[in-house]
Ligand binder design. Structure first.
Ligand SMILES: Cc1ncc(COP(=O)(O)O)c(C=O)c1O
Length: 471
């Protein structure tokens, strides 16, 4: 065993037995070299190894920190793989989305970042410039598979992550959800088995319901987010056609699965020749120095259809996403021409200019910094006021907090009470169709702190404490 592996294993044991709490700063590389007696290079390799495993995370100019784990988050009973033959979630999601639509509702339940952080001025200038040019509306050059220049830029961004591709592999879609839906439709027939994470984005449940699929769910692993053992058992016992996973900044919980586990998932997919639809719409919203790798990176047999969009970075209103479809490109285009046809031509043209300029990376850096700052503020405040009765899970990416309420509080009831106060929250039945684990809520904390945000949080805290005292 290399020295760096020895050191990584030693530190991993300390992390796993709880010697350090989440977000504790690790000794600097130099300090660790002194403590352990290993060289700086060995320490650096060990830290990078732990980071790849998702046990620690790095922050530019600040060093390495202990990552948040799911420990104790998931009661033991949920470690059961379950079959959900009939799903009926669409009407709940519909009613929920309608209820939080009004401008008067404080958008803690929204899936989108604070719009003040998106739609950069430079992009809007480019859109308005393009809007005056008739050529920008030429739909023919923007029909499926989408604007060639935009596909080339997206392909280059994959290449920057070590994923080789070219423009022909990419299909531009009307947002990320369109990419996910088209991929699932291209790969399945009604009655097929698909595998989802037990707590997952409601879009996956809705798509399964619409396409008449049988859903098996995988429990979250209490420490690593993804339960590899349960995964291996399921794919041995069920004829799974497709998996739909989200492994980076998972919605709603927020965790990112380690590279080591991603590598092992890819290996099993290859052995069983199972396709994976990868939902990676939050891929750019990491806080550390390095963007987490996608499953596509580990996919050597073209089984992964990687779906993403500009909705969480530039604005959901643009409705532009894409799928790295590879050999499924044509099938997806067929389906697209029978449904949404294509993403908006004008916006595709403006995105070509913006995403290829330095403004895009600059915007992403600012966005990540602001999201991290806002999430920290929310976390501190909620831990201070609810720390006694709730568990607040805050992972170093994205803009969601996942909150475990006391067991007897029904998150749907809390949501119904708060909506009468014009406060939105996302209760767990939107993400999990089983009867268990319905005492969680997802909170959007992308907003800049201001008196109305604080009042909203105070009301939320008040209602939770009130329900808690009724036990
Ligand atoms: C996990 C996840 N996937 C996909 C989507 C859909 O993204 P888009 O707005 O690009 O369609 C969302 C939007 O909320 C999401 O949260």
């Amino acid at each position: 065993m290399y020295k760096s592996e020895q050191l990584a294993q030693h530190l991993k044991r300390l992390i796993e037995n709880g010697s350090w709490s989440a977000h504790t700063k690790l000794p600097s590389l130099r300090e660790q070299a002194e403590i352990s007696g290993f060289s700086l290079m060995t320490v650096m390799n060990a830290y990078q190894d732990l980071e790849a495993q998702g046990l620690i995370y790095s922050k530019e100019k600040s060093g390495y920190f202990i990552a948040e784990h799911l420990k104790a988050q998931m009661p033991h009973s949920t470690t059961i793989v379950s079959l959900n033959p009939k799903i009926e979630i669409n009407s709940l999601v519909f009613k929920y989305l309608k209820s939080i639509q009004s401008k008067d509702i404080l958008p803690f339940g929204s899936a989108f970042p604070d719009h003040h952080l998106l739609t950069p001025t430079k992009l809007l200038q480019m859109v308005s410039q393009k809007a005056r040019d008739q050529k920008s509306y030429d739909q023919t050059t923007n029909l499926p598979p989408g604007n060639l220049a935009l596909r080339k830029i997206i392909a280059q961004r994959y290449a920057m992550q070590g994923i080789s591709t070219d423009a022909d592999d990419i299909v531009i879609t009307s947002g990320g959800l369109d990419a996910l839906n088209l991929s699932l439709q291209a790969l399945t027939q009604p009655g097929d088995y698909i595998l989802l994470q037990q707590t997952t984005f409601y879009g996956a449940w809705q798509a399964a319901e619409r396409l008449g699929l049988k859903v098996i769910t995988l429990p979250e692993h209490p420490t690593f987010g993804f339960d590899l053992q349960a995964f291996e058992q399921v794919i041995q016992h069920y004829p799974i056609k497709v998996c739909w996973f989200m492994l980076n900044a998972q919605n709603p919980i927020g965790f990112t699965v380690s590279d080591d586990i991603k590598y092992k998932i890819a290996k099993r997919l290859h052995e069983h020749q199972i396709h994976l639809i990868e939902d990676d719409v939050y891929e750019e919203l990491f806080y550390g120095m390095n963007k987490p790798l996608s499953m596509k990176y580990f996919d050597r047999s073209n089984l992964v259809l990687h779906c993403s969009s500009f909705s969480k970075t530039l604005g959901a209103g643009f409705r532009v996403g894409w799928v790295y479809a590879g050999k499924y490109s044509e099938k997806i285009q067929h389906l697209q021409l029978m449904s949404t046809i294509s993403a908006n031509a004008l916006i595709q043209n403006a995105l070509v200019e913006f995403v290829s300029s330095h403004h895009y990376e600059k915007h992403l850096r600012q966005l990540r910094r602001r999201l991290e700052k806002n999430k920290k503020r929310f976390t501190q405040y909620l831990k201070q006021h609810l720390g006694q009765c709730c568990e607040i899970y805050s992972f170093p990416s994205g803009y969601f907090l996942w909150i475990r309420l006391p067991l007897h509080i029904d998150s749907l009831e809390l949501y119904q009470q708060l909506i009468t106060q014009n406060i939105g929250i996302a209760p767990s039945p939107l993400f999990n169709v089983s009867d268990s684990n319905q005492h969680y809520i997802r909170l959007n904390c992308s907003f800049e702190w201001n008196p109305s945000i604080q009042t909203g949080l105070d009301t939320l805290i008040h209602y939770i404490l009130n329900l808690q005292s009724q036990s």
